[in-house]
Design a protein around this ligand. Structure first.
Ligand code: AMP
Ligand code: ZN
Ligand code: FE
Ligand code: FE
Length: 283
């Protein structure tokens, strides 16, 4: 059984429509696909409708934008009841923060000599409910300012680059609690990717597990090199939490992360489903 638990569709900043993503998963030999769009469940119905015909199980997922000490932390939620009112309200706040940031981001780019309109970003986001910097990056590519998303982030959009504009995010511990109250399982996405090790050192991870019930760590991710994975795996094992692996596929937006390039152990998947069932989430 091949299980890829963290992927994005064009409903957030991936490039494949949900149904196409599911068909691509089947073609890639996957049995289980976690759809984890950023801060929205809007792609789930289409993905599920395509799933039965494609012979793929779609796990209802989410990648929530959260923060810790001012730094961005991504939290994966699996099996949440999508109609949970508290979770829905928080996701709406995050999406409003995403939309509300766009004018300032576009203005900043203009000051930096890279004029761009919000309309150009919307062309790239295809009206996504969850517009993000990758869509801004795509608009910059269309203007010829940069070659691809990576260059846009490396030169302008990354958290420490000149066009960065912060947006609303809730504390990671509060977000774990929201996932739990919606019946879901909370797994930290790429905890030591892109410099976030300083934000989430072992003591902090241990605290999130002991004090807030964090359920797992996404260890097998292309943002983690082999020594990082070994260290994280040992840590997760000591803490007794789930170890997941996933592609974090974004379609053409992240060509180095094809579907199934990283996978989750079937035994871990079964444990995850057991937790969801015990919490009254959606399988
Ligand atoms: P935002 O959601 O607007 O905060 O943008 C963050 C998203 O952009 C992440 O979830 C990734 O999908 C993507 N991203 C972040 N850093 C980079 C990078 N250096 N290169 C390409 N994509 C990135
Ligand atoms: Zn993304
Ligand atoms: Fe992420
Ligand atoms: Fe992701």
């Amino acid at each position: 059984m091949r299980i890829d638990l963290h992927t994005h569709s064009s409903v957030s900043d991936g490039t494949d429509a949900p149904a196409d993503l599911v068909r691509a998963a089947a073609a890639a030999g996957l049995d289980v696909l976690g759809l984890c769009d950023h801060d929205t469940f809007d792609g789930l119905d289409e993905a599920r409708a395509a799933a039965s015909g494609a012979g793929v199980v779609v796990v209802a997922g989410l990648e929530m934008s959260t923060e810790l000490a001012g730094a961005s932390v991504h939290l994966l939620g699996y099996g949440c009841r999508v109609d949970d009112p508290d979770l829905a309200a928080e996701l709406a706040r995050i999406r409003a923060g995403r939309t509300g940031r766009l004018p300032a981001l576009v203005a900043r780019l203009g000051e930096l000599g890279l004029p761009l309109t919000e309309a150009e970003v919307q062309v790239q986001s295809h009206g996504s409910p969850s517009p993000g910097r990758p869509h801004v990056a795509d608009a910059m590519v269309a203007r010829g300012y940069v070659a691809d998303r990576t260059e846009a982030f490396d030169r302008w959009l990354a958290d420490d680059r000149p066009a960065y504009v912060p947006r609303y995010a809730a504390d990671v511990a509060a977000s774990i609690a929201l996932v739990h109250r919606a019946g879901g399982v909370a797994v930290l996405a790429h905890p030591w990717g892109r410099g976030s090790r300083a934000v989430l050192p072992p003591a902090v991870l241990a605290d999130l597990v002991a004090q807030h019930g964090l359920d797992g760590l996404e260890v097998d991710h292309t943002d983690h090199d082999a020594p990082t994975r070994a260290e994280l795996r040992a840590l997760a094992s000591g803490l007794g939490v789930l170890v997941t692996g996933s592609s974090d596929h974004h379609g053409a937006g992240k060509p180095g992360n094809p579907l199934g390039c990283e996978t989750t152990d079937p035994a871990v998947y079964e444990r995850l489903l057991g937790l969801v069932a015990a919490r009254g989430g959606t399988a």
